[in-house]
Write a protein that binds this ligand. Structure first.
Ligand SMILES: Nc1ncnc2c1ncn2[C@@H]1O[C@H](COP(=O)(O)OP(=O)(O)OP(=O)(O)O)[C@@H](O)[C@H]1O
Length: 266
């Protein structure tokens, strides 16, 4: 069973060349983590502060919060890429971190070859990838471009390729950072179904996004990260209301209603 536990976990980035003049006053702007000093008096960005959470099989959590609030850092902590600088984090399960859709891609090799490479990067075997390469290729609708080097692709074409691979794997813990803005609406609709199926197959999902609609489609609870701390956790609609106000919450409710109606029709 997959499980993640963190206990009073902090992630701090030491900034050795920070100009101390502007840091004399501890000023907390709207964006970004708090800036402080560690016990050795080095300036640090406190990207995450005192995070205690427990995620278990079946949890589907959406992260909301301002730019620099700590969402991506939290995903990296939960994936084991970052060790906590204080406190602890224990991760049980095979993690598929999908932060940057371009990571694990090589611009000089073909789309087909990149499908395999990206799959290996996400923990699949070569055999597993060879078995599904045709199906992934079909999904991307990239046709003859799949024989061309990746550097000839537009951003949206790269996202199609990456989405095809990511949604073909079976992760125990799926950590997603949004990176889907570049695809066109029709493809997104098609990808949504695959993403939802992927989420259903994975044990735990944590998804950071600035799109409430997308959060509502993939997650069932939300967590508001604010200046590196967990400010609120609960139903998506409630968290979005507290974070962004009633209009955004109403949009979440409409999205949920539309999804329920769509499911009833199918
Ligand atoms: N490698 C790093 N070195 C120094 N500071 C960092 C580093 N990575 C992140 N930070 C800082 O940590 C804080 C949290 O950043 P993070 O990327 O986790 O935010 P986020 O909530 O994902 O933001 P966004 O919504 O803009 O993507 C920010 O203040 C950022 O400046």
């Amino acid at each position: 069973m997959s499980r993640i536990e963190t206990h009073n976990a902090w992630v701090e980035f030491p900034i050795f060349d920070a100009k101390s003049r502007s840091l004399k006053k501890a000023f907390l702007g709207k964006a970004g983590g708090a800036i402080g000093r560690n016990p050795s008096d080095v300036v640090v960005v406190e990207a995450l502060r005192d995070i205690t959470l427990s995620l278990k099989e079946g949890d589907r959590i959406g992260l909301v919060g301002h730019n620099g609030a700590g969402k991506s850092t939290l995903l990296r902590l939960l994936s084991g890429i970052y060790e906590p600088t204080r406190g602890s984090a224990a991760i049980h399960g095979r993690v598929a971190p999908v932060f940057d859709l371009g990571v694990g891609m090589d611009p000089e090799i073909s789309g087909y070859e990149n499908i395999i490479i990206r799959g290996l990067f996400l923990g699949q075997t070569r055999k597993q990838m060879l078995d599904k390469v045709d199906e992934i290729a079909d999904f991307t609708e990239l046709g003859d471009y799949l024989d061309m080097p990746l550097r000839t692709y537009s951003t949206g074409m790269r996202v199609r390729l990456a989405m095809g691979v990511v949604t073909s794997i079976d992760p125990e813990i799926l950590l997603l950072d949004e990176g889907i803005g570049a695809v066109d609406a029709e493809f997104l609709k098609k990808a949504r179904k695959r993403l939802q199926a992927l989420v259903a197959r994975s044990g735990i999902l944590v998804f950071a996004s600035h799109s409430n609609e997308f959060l509502a489609q993939l997650c069932d609870t939300a967590m508001w990260i604010d200046h590196g701390t967990i400010r609120m956790q609960g139903e998506i609609e409630d968290v979005v209301r507290a974070y962004e106000g009633p209009d955004a919450a109403a949009h979440v409710r409409r999205t949920l209603e539309e999804m329920a109606a769509e499911e009833a029709r199918e």
